[in-house]
Design a protein around this ligand. Structure first.
Ligand SMILES: Cc1ncc(COP(=O)(O)O)c(C=O)c1O
Length: 389
């Protein structure tokens, strides 16, 4: 545990973009990926380690000086709880970070607040995005607040509650039959001069926002946890947590970073497969069916960065089957924690992750529970029905 020390002043770093693959700078605000090689874009500086650490306040706005945008659009986010829960067969201290308390019911609000704030700062008024549901709802909500129109392409099979939520915020929804990749292709095809393609999966501003998960954890624990366990779809939470702890270490706020553990669903596990085979490259996965609808990204654009971050942290990437995800949803709910299946995946992978780790029996582990069960009530009803049969 390292105490949080104040640091000197300089808010809001410059937000130059560089290709994560070939290093080419990106100078065009409309580019959602590298114009030279098609790689994902990174921020040269993810946060502002020289800005003063915020002394009080709640939620995301208090971290504004550490984020690459000014005038952060807010929906009054709380600091989400770290809730300790005894887990049978696990000796370590397990703390669930309960992200359902964010305004739209998932962790995506951390990224959306920054993406929409950046779009507004550049006078983009109309964007098109693709999403399995949660990011679409989140971007739509922050767009409603910030005056950015958001058109959301979703899989036709997305949870009806997520689709209703997106519509309720005033965004237009375009359901697409087919895979998550077909949804992304349809969104991209719809983008034009008026409608910027602003997918959260590609946006480095989204990752800049998910750093706030790490910022909050450091404060809540008064130090660095030994490990953080997260689900991986595109990997935006894991990458944000990685750069968030690195930024705080660079600022001298802490002297270590946690081991990172990623969990994927068997039905779509491209990053876990690369991890298992020892490959640095991530291949496109075969898609199966899964109740973890938020993780069905067959080729995450930042997959290689996820593998690298996990390797450098000393963690691991594991995969879980749907039966384990379903059992985790019901086990968590039996303890009062209502998570949608996608949001229960990190917890579902905890035991497998521990088998691959050298974590001491008194280690502190943060497990991200990334979204509310209310988002997927129909699926959870089915799980209850199957259990009682
Ligand atoms: C509830 C929930 N958890 C986790 C994820 C995965 O997040 P990421 O794509 O950042 O890996 C998603 C993605 O949609 C999600 O909706």
């Amino acid at each position: 545990v390292c105490p949080i020390r104040p640091s000197s002043t300089q808010a809001n770093p410059s937000s130059s973009l560089l290709c994560a693959r070939c290093g080419t700078p990106s100078l065009n605000d409309r580019s959602w990926r590298c114009d030279s090689c098609g790689g994902p874009l990174d921020l040269e500086t993810w946060s502002s380690p020289r800005a003063p650490w915020p002394s009080d306040g709640n939620g995301l706005t208090r971290f504004e000086s550490w984020l690459p945008v000014s005038d952060l659009i807010t929906l009054g986010e709380p600091t989400t709880a770290l809730y300790e829960i005894p887990v049978p067969g696990v000796s370590q201290r397990v703390l669930l970070k309960l992200e359902a308390a964010l305004p739209t019911g998932s962790f995506k609000d951390r990224g959306s607040a920054v993406v929409i704030s950046w779009l507004r700062s550049r006078d983009f008024e109309h964007v098109v995005v693709d999403s399995s549901g949660n990011a679409g709802a989140s971007l739509a909500a922050y767009g409603a607040k910030g005056g950015v129109r958001v058109d959301v392409f979703v899989p036709a099979s997305s949870s009806p509650r997520k689709i209703a939520q997106i519509r309720a915020y005033g965004a237009r929804v375009y359901p697409v039959e087919g895979s998550r990749a077909d949804v992304a292709d349809a969104a991209l095809a719809a983008a034009d001069e008026q409608r910027l393609y602003a997918s959260h999966i590609w946006s480095p501003y989204f990752i800049a926002g998910t750093q706030t998960f790490a910022f909050e954890v450091l404060e809540q624990l008064g130090g660095v946890p030994d490990a953080v366990v997260m689900a991986i779809g595109a990997g935006s939470l894991l990458l944000g947590v990685n750069v968030g702890f690195a930024s705080m270490q660079a600022a001298g706020l802490c002297d270590s970073t946690p081991q990172l553990f990623g969990v994927q669903a068997d039905a779509c596990a491209p990053v876990a497969c690369a991890w298992e085979s020892g490959s640095r490259q991530v291949a496109t996965a075969e898609l199966g069916d899964s109740i973890a609808e938020g993780l069905m990204i067959a080729r995450p654009p930042r997959g290689e960065a996820v593998v690298r971050a996990v390797r450098e942290s000393g963690g691991a990437i594991v995969q879980v089957d749907d039966a384990t995800i379903a059992a985790s949803v019901l086990w968590l709910a039996s303890r009062g924690v209502y998570a949608e299946p996608t949001a229960a995946v990190a917890f579902a992978g905890l035991r497998t992750a521990l088998k691959q780790s050298d974590l001491a029996s008194d280690a502190t582990i943060v497990v991200a529970v990334t979204g509310s069960g209310l988002k997927a009530s129909e699926t959870i009803e089915q799980l209850l029905g199957e259990k009682s049969r």
